[in-house]
Design a protein around this ligand. Structure first.
Ligand SMILES: *Cc1c(COP(=O)(O)O)cnc(C)c1O
Length: 375
């Protein structure tokens, strides 16, 4: 085996060169900036793939979440109920608007927001301005229960589908369950534009407002006139060209990621561990394959990660829960009962394995062999 590094999740451009074709078109027509055909078409193609009415292409998934938070009217001191076991970008935009995050523990079936704990949070904070749910590692949360609870308490749901593009819950795409949703095309995601994101909604006025804020909030006037604070959040036409090309191979990436997950599941059978679980009524996009080591095993995720690293193989701890982050130490954390903390357990005993679409079968067999050797 060559000593080429094996990555967690790295970019993969189409063999057919679709991305370059769209970029070349942008160059040939000099639509390098600001917007242009690739942006318009990428939005339309993505909205129709997911099954939402409208989309706005932005510089990042974080920008999409930020503008979703603004649309929900979050202001100084307002509460927003958030997934706890997630990447910080899910929850940081609440602070950009001076809101306060209330974190909700995950459940063991999907590692996502526990609807039981969510209901406790909604009872305690019925005036919360929004609920933000993330679909961790490409696995849909219990989205019907979560969206029903949000309707019951009349709090808008924002779906962070940054990791779950292409995953479905009861046959319906993630990114359609909330009032608003965010996608990410960051370098490590299932498809990438090098960096980028998208805001999704059925409400045309919401999408218009997002496009307005994202282009410096310019009022209709011949001079630069502003009645609101704006942002420079719009995706460029060159970047959107990469996205259009990548969208053509999204299904191919999902198939490969699923194959990687299955191979780990088979290859690691018999060891005291489990793969990241999913609800049988959902179809994840299998963005990252993860393991959770049984409680009584002396093997720790750190031992496995350090052993893999010595062989130039990348793995990563489970995203550290938000309630354990120093920056959020003052925020409230709601679990189904006192002392229960599923998120901490997953963080302490879990590990994200290399799930790169560029990984060859023999390389994955090599990774599996090393993991087995740790037990
Ligand atoms: C990547 C990610 C984001 C942020 O997307 P960017 O495009 O990197 O800003 C938000 N939420 C989750 C869960 C993510 O994994």
């Amino acid at each position: 085996m060559s000593n080429k590094r094996i990555y967690l999740s790295s970019p993969h451009m189409s063999e057919e060169g679709y991305e370059m074709r769209y970029i070349k078109e942008a160059f040939d027509t000099n639509w390098i900036a600001p917007l242009g055909k690739n942006v318009d078409e990428f939005e339309k193609e993505m909205a129709s793939y997911i099954g939402v009415a409208h989309a706005a292409a932005l510089v990042s998934g974080t920008a999409a979440l930020h503008l979703a938070i603004k649309l929900c009217g979050v202001k100084q001191g307002d509460f927003v109920i958030c997934s706890d076991l997630t990447f910080s970008a899910t929850v940081n935009p609440v602070s950009y608007e001076n809101g306060i995050q209330v974190f909700v523990d995950c459940e063991p079936d999907t590692w996502n927001m526990d609807p039981r704990a969510l209901e406790k949070a909604l009872k305690k904070y019925p005036h919360a301005k929004a609920v933000i749910v993330a679909n961790l590692y490409g696995t849909p949360a219990k989205l019907d229960q979560i969206s029903q609870l949000c309707s019951k308490y009349n709090v808008p749901l924002i779906e962070d589908a940054a990791e779950s593009l292409g995953a479905t819950y009861k046959g319906v795409q993630t990114g359609t369950f909330g009032k608003y949703a965010a996608l990410s095309f960051n370098g490590n995601k299932i498809i990438t534009t090098s960096g980028g994101g998208m805001f999704l909604a059925n409400d045309m006025d919401a999408v218009k407002k997002v496009r307005f804020w994202a282009t410096q909030a310019r009022d209709p006037a011949p001079h630069y006139q502003h009645s609101e604070i704006g942002y420079n959040y719009r995706m460029s036409n060159v970047v959107a060209g990469i996205g259009r090309g990548q969208l053509k191979i999204l299904e191919q990436h999902i198939a490969k990621k699923q194959q990687i997950y299955q191979m780990y599941k088979e290859g690691l059978k018999g060891l005291p561990l489990h793969m990241n679980p999913y609800d049988p009524s959902s179809k994840p996009n299998f963005w990252l394959s993860c393991i959770l080591i049984d409680k009584d095993s002396p093997v720790t995720p750190t031992m496995i990660r350090e052993t893999l690293e010595k062989q130039n193989i990348e793995s990563r701890p489970i995203w550290k829960p938000m309630h354990m982050q120093p920056v959020f130490e003052k925020n409230e954390y709601i679990t189904i009962e006192n002392g229960r903390d599923f998120g901490r357990g997953i963080f302490e005993r879990g590990l994200c394995l290399p799930s790169d679409v560029n990984m060859k079968e023999e390389e994955q067999i090599h990774v599996i062999g090393i993991i087995k050797g740790c037990f």
